[in-house]
Design a protein around this ligand. Sequence first.
Ligand code: PMP
Ligand code: GLN
Length: 381
Amino acid sequence: MNPLYAGMGTTVFEAMSARARETGAINLGQGFADGRGPEAVLRTAARALLERSNQYPPMPGLPELRRAVADHYARHQGLNLSPEEVIVTSGATEALAASLFATIAPGDEVICFPPLYDAYAPLIRQAGGVPVFVRLGPPEWRIDIAALEAAISPRTRVLLLNNPLNPTATMSSADELAAVAACCVAHDLIAICDEVWEHVTFDGARHLPLIGFPGMRERTIKIGSAGKIFALTGFKVGWMCAAPHLAAVLAKAHQFLTFTTPPNLQWAVAEGLQTQDDWVQAARHRFQAGRDRLRQGLEAAGLVTLPSVATYFLSVDLAASGIALGDMAFCDRLISAGVVAIPVSAFYPEDPVANIVRFCFVKEAATLDAAIERIAKASFA
Ligand code: PMP
Ligand code: GLN
């Protein structure tokens, strides 16, 4: 067996959701929203399943969806992508795999920034690459540009950035992105930018795509996910956007991963991108209210929270809250009290920061209130 997989555990999101299913605890772990998503998207998916083709769609995606993605980014982010520069994938996870497989040759180094999404390091290694970690530190989680420069070697080929960042719920600033872009240009790196949370931003914050920075149009692979835009995580429809010389190779990697994605879901997402801007904006307000509700409840229970300006997540700083337990032990204790959360140490491939716990707040108010009540009653001494 491949030692990479034989030696690893089940992803923390699945493990924690399984414990929620087993115990009946309220699941504020894995990131998914309550609710059905936009009705028009669901109806288009259902109608297309019954009335349109269910045979292989074109390998790079349905033309309608590739155009809708390009138009969407022109409208929201001022980008000038052509439909040919969009490759549809089965979720951002497949886009990450295809991007890494397409860009890494054995021995190439890939810069990434812990805390990072748990799929990154295994995918880099499976591609034959060597992950090089440039750590971000709480509470700001900013990239130390000097540390980034110091981590670059003649073998560095790719920089993998997640913005907005899961699990820290922060967004890169314009200055930070400009510095990262300058570094990519100076060292001739390809940037893979995982922007799945681009629309889940709060307090009026505006997402800036790395591909829009000087020198980045030709060297950035921008990854998106309909699962996040429409709060339909089970859809697993995503995409990679990149200049033609990159997109051509990305398509080669994609053709031997999944080849295509169910056509009814592609039509539904195309419809959503064209017509559901109001739904996305309303969801943003709903999610922000959930964030505020959970934050107030946790703070009233004596827990210290970290800032959250994007994503579905709010974190508690255990040390600052006067709790001596590590994040794993805290989460175990929390499950006994009837609530599931995610230990942020799971986002570190090495030397974890182990005193931060992530909660998902995109739930009904009553669910958040019930969770808060259980947390307030629990003992973490
Ligand atoms: N990247 C990040 C940073 C994520 O948080 C997630 C899922 N929440 C993904 C990728 C995977 O997205 P998808 O479900 O579209 O594969
Ligand atoms: N990205 C989601 C989260 O951070 C989980 C995705 C998954 O379970 N694969 O909660």
